[in-house]
Design a protein. Sequence first.
Length: 264
Amino acid sequence: MLHIEEKEEGGRGGERSIVSDGEGEHKKGGISMEGFSYVDIFATKHIEYLLVIGFLLLFIPFWRFLNRPARAILGVAQRVVPAISEWFRLPEGRYYHLGHSWAIPAGNQQTVKIGIDDFAQKLVGPIHGIEVPAVGSMLRQGERGWGLKVGSKAIEMLSPVGGRVVAINESVLRSPEALNQNPYENWLMEVEAPKFSVEKRQLLSGKLAGRWMEEVKESLLSRMNYNLGLVYQDGGVLVDGMARSLDRDRWDEIAKEYFLVGEG
């Protein structure tokens, strides 16, 4: 049971207290009933709202920070993929080896001219020298045919045909950068290849060669990352070669893998 007590102090107005007979508990300015107390739920909700707003204010800048690399990758991909789709020309009339060399019958139909394809020169970048066997040397299809000097590295390539070397393109040896400018007009060697009619069955041409190059491009794209964008200049052309852009320390191993001359 509750009762009200009135007190009067020093001429001030009376002060009322509500007293619980059971516990004799006094609460000035409020009411307490057997362990129950009044809580302002609206004040609690305000605190929750402030916490949510504060979280959002912190989360949005953090989310933007995390998405920076994704935007960078997307931007580079939008530039790289179309460029690659237009690269790696495979002119008709040539036969292509899986090690990225080519062969084409010479005018007399008794010899074959051989060289490197567009993918090969773009993969290694600027070519500084070429090592070729001497005239009279014998080549075997799918075995070492010549070497490219790129910086301090030497990269071997496979011959697309077998036969005897009858001529060497001396102008390309003097100016190896010609291979980067036009790898199809600048042949390396002319070979007397009596078995070419049989060996060309091991080479690719036409639509089959086109499908092969599509697979090569897919393989290259799977290795790429957004750092590749750093090697582009004014027209989006790679300046150091694609292999070097993929791995500056092991680029020669990547090139050898594509040229099918990797160790082991």
